[in-house]
Design a protein around this ligand. Structure first.
Ligand code: SF4
Length: 138
């Protein structure tokens, strides 16, 4: 039996130049800094691409949630390329579909709507993180 995981790894895609990539990143920061500090960690996706040993170990040894900014799903595919199946795969666009009153804008930095949406998204992801840290299925 695997030991109980201590952390959940949340990996947003790089999302350069895309508002939903920015939303994926901001949602990850909200989870790490406000919603579940100490339980959620992240890493630079390119470190996984270049097969950095520490990043590979982090992803292989803990439950992983990916958040992608578009259907190309780079974060999910990078994790799968390491032989790891994410426990949850999320499209950032789905957060907007669930909260159409919060249309995000901004690339380098999200606007107010985007920041509100990221905060709501992180709140909604909290039960998934809790279940994974508890060692159960989400
Ligand atoms: S999933 Fe889409 S937005 Fe994210 S890094 Fe890949 S191409 Fe860019």
């Amino acid at each position: 039996m695997n030991p109980k995981p201590q952390k959940v790894v949340v990996l947003p895609c790089s999302g350069i130049g895309k508002v939903y990539g920015a939303l994926a990143r901001e949602t990850t920061y909200e989870l790490m800094d406000r919603v579940r500090p100490g339980m959620v960690v992240t890493a630079c996706l390119p470190l996984l691409v270049v097969e950095d040993p520490e990043t590979r170990q982090l992803v292989a040894g803990n439950p992983v949630i990916t958040i992608d900014g578009c259907p190309k799903s780079c974060a999910r595919k990078c994790v799968e390329a390491q032989g790891v199946t994410p426990r949850e795969t999320i499209q950032a666009m789905d957060f907007y579909k669930a909260h159409k009153d919060c249309k995000p804008d901004g690339i380098a930095e999200l606007d107010e709507n985007g920041r509100r949406l990221a905060a709501m998204a992180a709140d909604e992801m909290a039960p998934v993180v809790d279940a994974l840290v508890a060692g159960g299925e989400k």
